[in-house]
Write a protein that binds this ligand. Structure first.
Ligand code: BTN
Length: 239
C-alpha cells in the first residue's frame, strides 16, 4: 500500500481524487493524502471538515473481489483500530458500521465508496479521517468527538501513523473473503443485545439488536416486535 501516492496541501476530497485515479486504472494500494479538504465528504451525504494540521486524511484504492465488497469498511475499521492501538490507544471500539470510538467518542470516520461499470465492480476507495490533534472545544462536537493526542501520551507523527495503518490494511486486504475479518469486526462492535434507534427511510425506529450478520447487516426486533434487517444508516444507543 502507498507505493503509488499523492500528497495534496489542499484538495476538494481525497475520495474524489482516488475515485478518479481508480477509474483511470490505478492499482490497489494507491493512496491520496491531504492536509486540507475543501469539500471533504462523510457518510450519509454529510460533509467532513477538519482544520489543516489537525488530522490524518487519506483515501486508498482497493480491488476486492466483488463478493467481499461488504468487508471493505470492516477491514478499514480494523486497520485503523490496530494502528491507533499500536501508538497507545486503548479500548478502541467500532460504532456500526465503521466509526472508531474511544471512551464513546468518535476518533475516526471511514467512507468506503465503490465504482461500477454496469454490473461489474471497477474497484473501491476507502476514505479515512482520523482526528489526531483537532481541538473540538467550542465546537458542536466537544462532547462527541476526541483527538488521538488527547487520548495517548505525547505528540504523534502522522506519517508514521499512516505507514502503520497502510501495513495493516495490506494484511487485511490479503484476507478478503475470510470469516476472520467479520469475527474481528463484530468483536469490537458491542452491539448484540443493545437497544438502538436507527434512522430508516420511513423514519426512526427503536428496537433490540438480535444479531449482526456476516455481511454487516444489523438484525433488529422493533418495539412492536417487527424484525428489521438494517444495512445502512445511523444508529444511536438507547439508554
Ligand atoms: C464519516 O464518518 O462520515 C466518514 C468520514 C470520512 C472522512 C474522510 S477524510 C478523507 C476522505 N475524503 C473524504 O472526502 N472523506 C474521507
Amino acid at each position: 500500500m502507498g507505493r503509488r501516492h499523492e500528497f495534496h496541501a489542499t484538495i476538494g476530497s481525497t475520495n474524489d481524487r482516488a475515485i478518479a485515479l481508480l477509474k483511470a486504472g490505478a492499482p490497489a494500494g494507491s493512496v491520496v493524502v491531504a492536509e486540507e479538504q475543501t469539500a471533504g465528504r462523510g457518510r450519509m451525504g454529510r460533509s467532513w471538515h477538519s482544520p489543516p494540521g489537525g488530522s490524518l486524511m487519506f483515501s486508498v484504492v482497493l480491488h476486492p473481489p466483488q463478493d467481499a465488497l461488504h468487508q471493505v469498511g470492516m477491514v478499514a475499521a480494523l486497520a485503523v483500530a490496530e494502528a491507533i492501538e499500536a501508538v497507545g490507544a486503548q479500548a478502541v471500539r467500532i460504532k456500526w458500521p465503521n466509526d472508531l470510538l474511544v471512551h464513546g467518542r468518535k476518533l475516526c470516520g471511514v467512507l468506503p465508496e465503490a465504482a461500477w461499470q454496469g454490473a461489474d465492480l471497477v474497484g473501491v476507495v476507502i476514505g479515512i479521517g482520523i482526528n489526531v490533534r483537532v481541538n473540538f472545544a467550542l465546537t458542536p462536537f466537544a462532547e462527541t468527538a476526541i483527538s488521538l493526542e488527547n487520548h495517548v501520551a505525547g505528540p504523534l507523527n502522522r506519517a508514521e501513523l499512516l505507514v502503520g495503518l497502510l501495513r495493516r490494511l495490506d494484511d487485511y486486504a490479503a484476507m478478503f473473503g475470510a470469516d476472520a475479518i467479520f469475527s474481528a469486526w463484530k468483536a469490537r462492535l458491542d452491539l448484540v443485545g443493545s437497544r438502538i434507534t436507527v434512522n430508516l427511510p420511513h423514519g426512526p425506529e427503536t428496537g433490540l439488536v438480535e444479531d449482526v450478520e456476516s455481511d454487516g447487516a444489523v438484525l433488529l426486533r422493533t418495539s412492536e416486535g417487527i424484525p428489521r434487517r438494517v444495512i445502512a444508516g445511523d444508529i444511536a444507543l438507547v439508554k
